[in-house]
Design a protein around this ligand. Structure first.
Ligand code: ATP
Ligand code: MG
Length: 444
C-alpha cells in the first residue's frame, strides 16, 4: 500500500480518524481529499466518514467543539479553533421516495428525484451512494489502506475518467446537482466523461432547474473559491450547462469581457495553487465583474468607474447581481466584491500599489490589482516588486481556516476555547456570510 499517502494528510485529521477508530467505529477519509491526494494535489478540505452516528461522534469527542448540523443529512462539525472538519455517518442510497413526502414546490420535479437521504448504512453502502467512482475511494490512514468498493475508482482516477456509480441517467435524475459536479470534474482536472455518463449529462442539463437554489448557491461559492474557477465555467459553457446554471453569464460568455475575466481568474488560480494568494470568493466575483463594469460604467459622463462618483457602488452591485442571476451571493460577498472593485481606483498606478504594499487590509483587492498589472503591462514578475503580506508559497505552516475551504471557518476573533454556543453562532454566521472574506481575518 502507498506509504507516502499518510504523509500528505494533516496529522490532526489522522488523529480524528484514530480517535473514532479506537472507540470501535470503522472510519475513513473520503471524498475530494482522497482524490486530490492520489492526484498529488493539496486537498482543500477533508471529509471523514464513519460508522458512528452523529450523537456517537459527539460522545467520542466528549461533546467538545462539536455541532450536529444539516437538515438534508445530519453530520457533525468538529471545530478546532477556526478549523472545521465534517464527519458524516455511513449512509445508503435511499429507497424510491413517496410522492407525498415531496416538498410542495417540487411537485413537478423528476419522478426519481431524492429529497431525503438520511438512512444510515455500511461503509460499502456509503461508497455506492456517492456520485462518481473517483469520489468513492476511501482511505484508512491508520492502516495506510485504500478501499475502493466500486473497484473502478483508482483506475478511473489514473485514467482521468468521470463515471457515475450505477445508471447515469437515474443518478442525475435522483440529484441533478450531480450533473454540475460531473462537468466540474472535467473543468477542474481535465477529465473525460465515460461515454454513457457523457450521454446522460448532455440529456440531463436542464434538470438543474429543479435543484434547490440554496444548494446551487453553495456549489457556486465552492466553484468561485476553487483555483480552477475559469476552467470550470468554461467547461460549463462548452457542455451547454451554463445557460441553465448562470444564464446571464452564459449570454455574454463569448465576449472580450469574459475572455479578460477568464485571464484574470487563470492567473489568480496559479497563485492560489502555489500558496501565494488566498482563495477569496469576493475577489473571484470582482474579477468576473470587472470587465463588464469597465465596459458599462467605465466611460460615462459621470466620471467612470475609476473616478469615484455618487452611486457607483449601486451600479457595481447591479452588475454583479445580474451576472450571477438567478443565484444569490451573500450580501457580504457582494459588498466585499464591490469594495474590491472600488479599491482598484486606489491601486491604479504602480506607485500607489507600492505605497499600499506594506499596509494591512484589502489583500484581495491588492492581489487583484497585481494581476491586472501583470496582464496590462506584461510584467510577469510584477508581484516580486509588490510583496503581499501573506505566507510564503508552499503549504501553510498551520491551517488557520476551516477544512471546508473556510466557508464555516469562524470569524476573525474566533478563540479555540469559545463555548459551544459561541461556536454555533460563529458557524451559523459563517454559513451565511463567507467569513473568510474578512480583511481582518486575513491579516491576523
Ligand atoms: P471538493 O474538492 O470540491 O470539495 P468533493 O468531491 O470533496 O470536491 P464535496 O461537496 O466536499 O465535494 O463532497 C464530498 C463527497 O461527497 C464527494 O466526493 C462525493 O463522494 C460525495 N457527494 C457530494 N455530493 C454528492 C451528490 N450530490 N451525490 C452523491 N455523492 C455526493
Ligand atoms: Mg470535499
Amino acid at each position: 500500500m502507498p506509504k507516502f499517502l499518510k504523509n500528505k494528510i494533516d496529522p490532526y485529521i489522522i488523529d480524528v480518524i484514530g480517535r473514532l477508530r479506537s472507540a470501535g467505529y470503522e472510519t475513513y477519509l473520503v471524498g475530494g481529499a482522497v482524490r486530490d491526494i492520489l492526484l498529488d494535489r493539496v486537498p482543500k478540505d477533508y471529509d471523514v466518514s464513519t460508522a458512528a452516528t452523529p450523537e456517537e461522534v459527539r460522545r467520542v469527542f466528549r461533546d467538545r467543539h462539536t455541532l450536529i448540523i444539516g437538515r438534508r443529512f445530519r453530520l457533525v462539525h468538529l471545530i478546532r479553533g477556526r478549523d472545521v472538519t465534517e464527519i458524516s455517518t455511513f449512509r445508503k442510497r435511499p429507497e424510491q421516495e413517496d410522492q407525498a413526502d415531496r416538498p410542495k414546490r417540487c411537485e413537478n420535479a423528476p419522478e426519481n428525484m431524492i429529497f431525503h437521504d438520511n438512512a444510515f448504512g455500511t461503509s460499502r453502502d456509503d461508497a455506492f451512494r456517492r456520485d462518481f467512482t473517483v469520489n468513492a475511494i476511501f482511505y484508512d490512514p491508520i492502516d495506510d489502506k485504500l478501499v475502493d468498493h466500486t473497484g473502478l475508482g483508482v483506475s478511473d482516477l489514473r485514467d482521468g475518467i468521470v463515471r457515475t456509480i450505477g445508471d447515469p441517467a437515474l443518478r442525475f435524475e435522483e440529484d441533478p446537482v450531480r450533473v454540475l459536479r460531473a462537468i466540474k470534474l472535467v473543468g477542474q482536472y481535465g477529465f473525460t466523461m465515460e461515454p454513457e455518463t457523457g450521454k446522460a449529462v448532455r440529456a440531463s442539463l436542464d434538470l438543474i432547474l429543479h435543484a434547490s437554489p440554496s444548494r446551487l448557491s453553495l456549489e457556486l461559492e465552492k466553484i468561485l473559491r476553487n483555483s480552477y474557477t475559469g476552467a470550470i465555467l468554461k467547461a460549463f459553457h462548452e457542455y451547454g450547462f451554463l445557460k441553465y446554471f448562470l444564464p446571464e453569464l452564459d449570454a455574454v460568455f463569448e465576449t472580450p469581457q469574459t475572455d479578460y475575466a477568464l485571464q484574470l481568474l487563470a492567473l489568480r488560480g496559479e497563485r492560489i495553487r502555489s500558496g501565494i494568494f488566498r482563495a477569496s470568493l469576493s475577489t473571484a466575483v470582482a474579477m468576473v465583474a470587472l470587465p463588464f463594469a469597465e465596459a458599462e460604467i467605465g466611460q460615462t459622463e459621470r466620471g467612470g468607474l475609476w473616478e469615484y462618483y455618487m452611486g457607483v457602488e449601486s451600479d457595481l452591485r447591479h452588475i454583479i447581481l445580474r451576472l450571477f442571476h438567478p443565484l444569490v451571493l451573500t450580501h457580504r460577498t457582494t459588498s466585499d466584491a464591490v469594495n474590491n472593485l472600488l479599491m482598484q481606483i486606489r491601486f491604479k498606478t504602480h506607485r500607489r500599489l507600492h505605497s499600499f504594499a506594506d499596509r494591512k487590509g484589502y489583500p484581495g483587492a491588492r492581489e487583484f490589482a497585481i494581476i491586472q498589472n501583470i496582464l496590462a503591462w506584461h510584467i510577469p514578475d510584477f508581484e516580486d516588486s509588490c510583496p503581499l503580506p501573506v505566507r510564503s508559497s508552499g503549504a501553510p505552516k498551520k491551517r488557520r481556516r476551516g477544512h471546508r475551504g473556510g466557508r464555516r471557518g469562524g470569524n476573525g476573533n474566533a478563540d479555540p476555547a469559545q463555548d459551544a454556543q459561541t461556536v454555533h453562532a460563529a458557524a451559523q454566521a459563517a454559513e451565511s456570510e463567507s467569513v473568510t472574506e474578512s480583511e481582518r481575518d486575513f491579516n491576523e
